[in-house]
Design a protein around this ligand. Structure first.
Ligand SMILES: Cc1cc2nc3c(=O)[nH]c(=O)nc-3n(C[C@H](O)[C@H](O)[C@H](O)COP(=O)(O)OP(=O)(O)OC[C@H]3O[C@@H](n4cnc5c(N)ncnc54)[C@H](O)[C@@H]3O)c2cc1C
Length: 620
């Protein structure tokens, strides 16, 4: 296991045993079989381990450089990028007409767990390009598709997403970048965008920027925003990059993490010579951006998961190897041999905390991907609405909960490594630094929580929440069949009940003068929902595992012998794995789910202190 960058046994379990992704192999995905998926996962793991992983530490050390107005990426990224693109990974999810393989999102995200674990900042270049090209695929004219999209999907050119400005971060509607109509129907773009990931680099000869801007005279706020395609170099008739389009890089940021990903300030039209083409219709900028939002937010959730994944793998391997101290039961024995730190209860507790969160957020993100795919291949409108409703509800949780828990898992990894973990000789401190950004970009986690509480809970008149509760109750009924799970399952039952009541309470407050209570508690609410959804998926897995174990014991005729069952853990990998799934759910229940009721009660208490404390009393 120490050599694996993610736990592939758990990945296979979630995809096939828990979700049953074979159900998706119809309509658009009719050509897929388990064999093709296994082959793709295999190839993805090889690409991640052999090609991308070696660029991780070097990329972090070297970082991006800014000289004479140009940005260069770490040297080792060039060869890896070439191989990644040649391998067809750049647009594997897209349709074959565009060079892709129509890969289900469930499969593509499973592949991206490998890629992200290997090196998040590297993978941001193709990821952003793919997202930008996806917008052109849906909203572009045939000419724009021909001119830009094909070259982006193939990885020949890069792409970005340009929203943020110095005065417009979370409040995108405050943007100042402007677009002036030109007689030929195109627009002259002027303004400054900051923090633009992959905004400039030397991996590709051209970069296409979708830029949010306001056409002169259009209304203030998000209503007046349009989106434009702004290439770094204009495109010649033969498709090659031509004249410079007056997009200048002002600087790059010096950052805590993702140092191989160039975060740029871009100045559009300093010389009044930056031309943009409208994408879609005027004032549809936000609607167009929203179209890619679910996919993009899930991608960020996947970053949190992937870094947590590799941090956990490294921690278990380290804990097995690191010899330090004697076993607690040998404390008074002066001749006791030193043991590996894996034998210390505190380390075992931390590792199980990490394992339960990694497996919880893997199940969560894979489930959300599965819901997205299911909506695409649904047979009836009702079915489609059910899956899409779950997507809408779960996306802010995937993004915010996975990035927060991912960061906490990386922090525990450093703890497991002790002083070595804090030093750059081992990679876990880099994982922590690389992970932090996931809670900030693509809409901060605070904004995700407001989206959840302010919009998503009430969507479809609360039907999405009811669907989710229905799915959880179905799994609970299954899990109740296994008496050994019962004491722990009670925590999930209690947590679900408390959270359901809190959700109803929020619904009532939302319509009253106390609506600020849900707003104030949006972030803790999102965490509670994340805990309950992960707890549900972990128990769903535990019940499945209990069933599998029963079958193995029956087959071997050891149903009644606990001693023989315990002995089997040491010789049979599947038995060890399924036992691990049960232990994981139990631990999550007793340490996390057990606190849900108290946290719900504390929110219902209705404390308004943060709202009422005077600004001056903050003390600075
Ligand atoms: C490394 C990096 C890469 C990035 N890549 C890109 C990119 O490729 N493209 C792009 O367009 N942007 C990018 N960003 C920008 C990123 O999306 C913004 O930083 C983010 O949206 C927050 O905006 P801000 O930094 O202005 O913070 P602010 O909006 O000032 O927020 C500061 C704090 O206030 C909170 N807050 C703000 N408004 C509210 C509110 N109404 N209610 C409650 N809380 C609120 C926030 O949650 C946050 O905690 C990147 C940023 C970084 C650091």
């Amino acid at each position: 296991m120490g050599d694996q960058i993610i736990n592939t046994r758990d990945q296979q379990f979630v995809l096939y045993e828990q979700l049953g992704i074979e159900k998706l192999f119809k309509k658009k995905y009719a050509d897929y079989t388990r064999e093709t998926v296994d082959m793709m996962l295999n190839e993805a793991e090889k690409m991640a381990v052999d090609v991308i992983l070696p660029t991780s530490e070097a990329g972090d050390r070297e970082g991006c450089k800014f000289k004479d107005g140009n940005v260069t990426v770490p040297e080792c990224f060039h060869e890896a990028y070439k191989k990644f693109v040649e391998g067809g990974w750049n647009c594997a999810m897209r349709d074959p007409d565009f060079g892709g393989q129509s890969m289900p999102l469930s499969v593509s995200n499973a592949c991206f767990e490998f890629f992200n674990a290997a090196n998040v900042p590297f993978i941001m270049y193709p990821m952003l390009t793919n997202g930008a090209a996806g917008l052109i695929e849906i909203f572009g004219t045939e000419e724009q598709k021909k001119k830009y999209m094909s070259k982006m999907y193939s990885g020949e050119w890069g792409g970005t997403m340009c929203l943020t400005e110095p005065g417009a971060g979370s409040d995108v509607g405050a943007l100042k970048t402007s677009a002036r109509r030109l007689p030929d129907g195109r627009f002259s773009i002027t303004g400054t965008k900051i923090f633009i990931s992959c905004g400039d680099h030397d991996l590709t000869p051209n970069i296409i920027h979708p830029v949010l801007a306001r056409i002169e005279g259009d209304p203030a706020g998000t209503r007046g925003i349009s989106i434009f395609l702004v290439p770094k170099y204009r495109v010649n008739d033969d498709g090659s990059p031509g004249e410079f389009n007056d997009v200048r890089t002002g600087n790059i940021e010096h950052k805590m993490g993702i140092r191989g990903s160039a975060t740029c300030t871009l100045n559009f039209g300093d010389d009044g010579n930056c031309i943009g083409e409208l994408l879609g219709k005027e004032r549809q900028g936000m609607m167009i951006m929203f179209h890619m939002m679910n996919e993009a937010r899930l991608e960020v959730g996947m970053q949190g998961l992937s870094l947590a994944s590799i941090a956990y793998q490294k921690s278990v391997a380290y804990a097995r190897d690191r010899i330090q101290g004697t076993a607690i039961w040998d404390m008074k024995n002066p001749d006791a041999k030193s043991v590996s730190i894996l034998q210390h209860p505190d380390i075992r507790r931390m590792l199980l905390w990490m394992k339960s969160h990694v497996e919880g957020i893997r199940a969560l993100n894979y489930y959300a991907s599965f819901c997205m795919d299911s909506a695409l291949v649904a047979d009836t409108p009702e079915e489609k609405q059910k899956w899409q409703g779950l997507v809408e509800l779960l996306i802010p949780v995937c993004k915010a909960y996975s990035s927060d828990k991912g960061f906490q898992v990386c922090s525990r990894a450093i703890e497991v490594f002790g002083g070595y973990g804090y030093c750059s000789e081992y990679p876990v401190e880099q994982y922590l630094r690389d992970c932090k950004i996931a809670s900030i970009y693509e809409g901060t986690n605070g904004i995700q929580a407001l989206d959840l509480v302010g919009r998503k809970l009430g969507q479809n008149r609360g039907a999405n929440v009811k669907t989710l509760i229905g799915e959880i109750n179905r799994s609970l009924a299954q899990a109740r069949k296994y008496p050994e799970l019962k004491p722990w399952l009670a925590y999930l039952e209690e947590a679900l009940q408390s959270l359901s009541q809190l959700t109803l309470h929020f619904g009532q407050l939302g319509k009253s003068a106390s609506f600020l209570i849900p707003v104030l508690n949006a972030t803790p609410y999102l965490e509670l929902l994340g805990d309950v959804v992960c707890g549900w998926l972990l128990f769903d897995a535990a019940a499945l595992s209990a069933g599998k174990l029963e079958a193995v014991y029956r087959e071997r005729g050891i149903e009644d012998s606990r001693a023989n069952q315990r002995a089997l853990v040491h010789e049979n990998g599947d038995v060890a794995f399924y036992n691990g799934k049960i232990a994981t759910a139990k631990f999550f229940a007793s340490t996390v789910l057990s606190t849900v009721k108290a946290r719900c009660d504390s929110i219902r208490f209705g404390d308004r202190t943060p709202l009422e404390i005077a600004d001056e009393s903050f003390g600075v």
